[in-house]
Write a protein that binds this ligand. Structure first.
Ligand code: NIG
Ligand code: FE
Length: 387
């Protein structure tokens, strides 16, 4: 079945063939055929379709690509957030609170949470979601997490190396070995990516390298939680291993920025985390000016940022990270696709997956200009209307 979305005031294609940056077409139409985009162009030239949707002059974007989220968990940490807002610092140790709750939850409880959050995301225009494990931290629990993530998410990441679980005490080396061997073997069949939290209080560079290299050997792509709390070796490790993405990038040296700029590794910025942990925001401008590719993602998780809103990330990135609205929208769509090494999402051009986000606004700028206001009018994911 085909659908023509007509009378689009501003169509963001992210198609370099259309033009620089967002590849905007004005007075445009999009034709969806099955799960793919069949046609984009001026409204007046649109081919006939089985059904029509009148965009009434509003803006249409590719669905958001949220390339970083932790959705397989139980419980919440609202009290920890409240304590932070009265001055307590965010520390990796809070993860263990969620590990205890997650281990005690049934499969169906975890499923219900992932389903709820993926649905919440879809209603806000997010059509591609990456979902990590990392709150199980035993072979069985991590296998369960990636298996459940795979039921709902487009992209699944094995994050056995999130923190060292308390039963391992100081034996980080022993836990790293487990993550790189038996746990990896159990999780790899359900995952596409391997990730490590490389940070003081979590895993050092050698341990992170061990995990990532084992994952790559098992056929997974690498991604890294890098330089979130301190400047350290993680970003350069990500580049050295050709990781698809170095995520957070909050504390960067000039060498880190140069390394990212001369690599295929995307700098994925997670502004909701700095908002919710009261940390300084990463400097997107510095990365963009150096020539690095920047993605924006939510990092939706119960600890450092319990928001699934990509529109919120865009607003903060524009207000506080010196991105233009166009750069922020690109980073939340095409940038996320780059961070996942996907070419079928994050753009609207013939052949792309039909992930279409109709805004209740005349231009993409309104996402940053009207912070906190719901502006999603309609969403198709792979040609199916989900809102
Ligand atoms: O990306 N930094 C490590 N992991 C998550 C936080 C997880 C948590 O606090 O529960 C993050 O911020
Ligand atoms: Fe994260």
């Amino acid at each position: 079945m085909s659908i023509a979305i007509t009378d689009i005031g501003e169509l963001v294609t992210n198609d370099p063939a259309v033009g620089d940056g967002l590849g905007v077409i004005r007075d445009a139409a999009v034709v969806i055929d099955g799960d793919r985009i069949a046609w984009t162009g001026p409204s007046a030239d649109a081919p006939a379709a089985d059904e029509a949707f009148d965009a009434a002059g509003r803006a249409v974007l590719p669905g958001f690509v949220d390339s970083h989220a932790h959705l397989v968990f139980a419980g919440e940490r609202a009290e920890e957030f409240a304590a932070r807002m009265s001055g307590q610092k965010y520390a990796a140790g809070g993860i263990r609170t969620t590990v205890a709750r997650t281990r005690a939850a049934s499969d169906d409880e975890l499923r219900a949470t992932v389903r709820r959050l993926v649905g919440e995301m879809a209603r806000q225009g997010t059509t591609t979601v990456e979902c990590k494990s990392g709150y199980g931290l035993t072979v069985e629990q991590e296998e369960r997490a990636v298996r459940i993530a795979a039921e709902f998410a487009d992209e699944v990441t094995y994050l056995g190396a999130h923190v060292v679980p308390s039963e391992y005490g100081d034996d980080t080396a022993g836990y790293t070995r487990l993550v790189s061997t038996d746990m990896l073997a159990a999780c790899a069949p359900h995952a596409r990516w391997v990730d490590v939290f490389c940070e003081r209080g979590a895993f050092d560079a050698d341990q992170a390298r061990e995990v990532l290299q084992a994952g790559v050997k098992a056929g997974l792509g690498a991604r890294v939680h890098a330089n979130q709390l301190t400047e350290g070796p993680a970003v350069r490790l990500a580049v050295e291993l050709d990781a698809a993405s170095a995520d957070h990038c909050t504390f960067l040296s000039d060498a880190d920025v140069d390394a990212l700029a001369s690599s295929q590794t995307v700098a994925t910025l997670l502004p909701g985390v700095e908002f919710s942990t009261r940390q300084p925001y990463p400097d997107a401008r510095r990365l963009l000016d150096a020539g690095a590719t920047v993605a924006l993602a939510s990092d939706c998780n119960p600890g450092s940022c319990y928001s699934s809103s990509m529109a919120f990330c865009i607003a903060v990135a524009v207000r506080d990270m010196r991105m233009t609205p166009a750069e922020a929208v690109w980073s939340a769509t095409a940038g996320g696709a780059r961070a996942l090494r996907r070419t079928d999402v994050g753009r609207l051009a013939p052949g792309a997956r039909a992930d279409v986000h109709v805004l209740d606004a005349p231009s993409h700028i309104h996402l940053a200009y009207r912070p906190g206001v719901p502006q999603t009018a309609a969403v198709w994911r792979a040609g199916v209307q989900v809102r």
